[in-house]
Design a protein around this ligand. Structure first.
Ligand code: PLP
Length: 351
């Protein structure tokens, strides 16, 4: 059999490459030394992000991981605890940096389909007692990656924010894919961000920039975040060439996320019709499709490696679960080829 080179790559929306127009924006960027706060493009981006998220100030950082960890390290001291959903990125996929670097602990709570609500949080605040850690912060993720790009209902987020404020808890949002939620719901970024003391957004996921995230919050919070960024080695010099890509993404790549969402729905529909595949969510909220392979057919790892031979790449999350993420570098016209590839592999595994 003649196997094509893998070319339809659904493993992650981080695989996006700068478009020619984005490369032009990068090439033309005005720059300066951002450690001296002299890079005009970084300054403009930070201003734009603060405005977009309805916060006083914002800080450009190299990655979503650094952005989240700076937030936790600014909000918490050693011996403090934050509450988060069990499947969230901050807890599972960032090496527990908050513990390594800040002596901060996390208390995970199983959400319903990855989503938390106030009733799950009410009994999780530790009483003031010298034996106990101090509950300080709530971290939410919207959209929720491991839950299949799920959107937190806005009302639930507002309710969690009210409850947290009543109990003197701070709130941080990992909004790596917040713009997906904005486009899918029509709720503005500022309205999503309003209940949070800090919000992180990523430019390097569905927005299609090569590098970068931003953290937004009060002026005082961003001053402290700026110190932490330096301490973590995140001060960048002529970072305007990266900020220009992020600015371009904010100007040109937000509305098109709707195309990724439509693409994900078509992909999910095609996969749902295949015997041996069970979708986590029949109709994905945004751009992430997660499905389970019937374990009787073999492991998800075997499935994705055979699928790659068909020219389609997906990611095995566990021995049973596979993730496919739509993004601007996968043409929606390829969806039929992808579904046929999955059908062929399942057929093969069945033999
Ligand atoms: C929800 C979420 N938060 C944070 C991150 C971390 O971003 P980065 O890879 O830029 O460190 C990711 C990365 O995929 C993510 O999916």
């Amino acid at each position: 059999m003649n196997h094509p080179e893998p070319s339809i790559d659904y493993r992650s929306d981080t695989l996006t490459e700068p478009t020619p127009e984005m490369r032009e924006a990068i090439a033309g960027a005005a720059v300066g030394d951002d450690v001296f706060a002299e890079d005009p493009t970084v300054q403009a981006l930070q201003h734009r992000v603060a405005e977009l998220l309805g916060k006083e100030d914002a800080l450009f950082v190299p990655s979503g991981t650094m952005s989240n960890q700076i937030a936790v390290l600014v909000h918490c001291e050693g011996g403090d605890e934050f509450l988060c959903e069990s499947g969230c990125h901050i807890y599972n996929y960032e090496q527990g940096a908050f513990a390594q670097l800040g002596g901060v602990v996390a208390r995970t709570i199983d959400g319903e389909d990855g989503l938390l609500n106030v009733s799950q949080l009410v009994d999780k605040i530790r009483p003031p007692n010298a034996h106990l850690v101090r509950t300080r912060l709530v971290c939410l993720e919207n959209t929720h990656n491991a839950a299949g790009g799920r959107i937190h209902p806005h009302e639930e987020i507002l309710a969690i924010g009210r409850w947290a404020a009543e109990h003197d808890l701070l709130c941080h949002l990992d909004g790596a894919r917040l713009m997906n939620a904005v486009v899918a719901t029509g709720v503005s970024a500022a309205d999503w961000a309003a209940p949070f003391d800090s919000v992180s957004i990523c430019f390097s996921k569905g927005l299609g920039a090569p590098v970068g995230s931003a953290l937004a919050g009060s002026r005082e919070f961003i001053q402290a975040a700026h110190r932490k960024r330096k301490c973590l080695g995140g001060g960048m010099r002529q970072a305007g060439i990266l900020a220009a890509a992020a600015q371009h993404a904010l100007a040109h790549h937000i509305e098109r996320l709707a195309d990724d969402h439509a693409h994900a729905r078509v992909l999910a529909e095609g996969l749902a019709a295949i015997d041996g595949i069970e979708l986590l969510q029949k109709t994905p909220d945004t751009n992430i499709v997660i499905f389970r392979i019937d374990p009787a057919l073999g492991s998800a790892h075997a499935f994705v490696s055979q699928l790659a031979e068909q020219g389609v790449k997906m990611l095995a999350l566990t021995s049973e679960r596979v993730r496919a993420v739509t993004h601007l570098n996968v043409d929606p016209d390829c969806v039929g080829t992808a579904v046929r590839g999955v059908e062929a592999v399942i057929e093969n595994l069945r033999r």
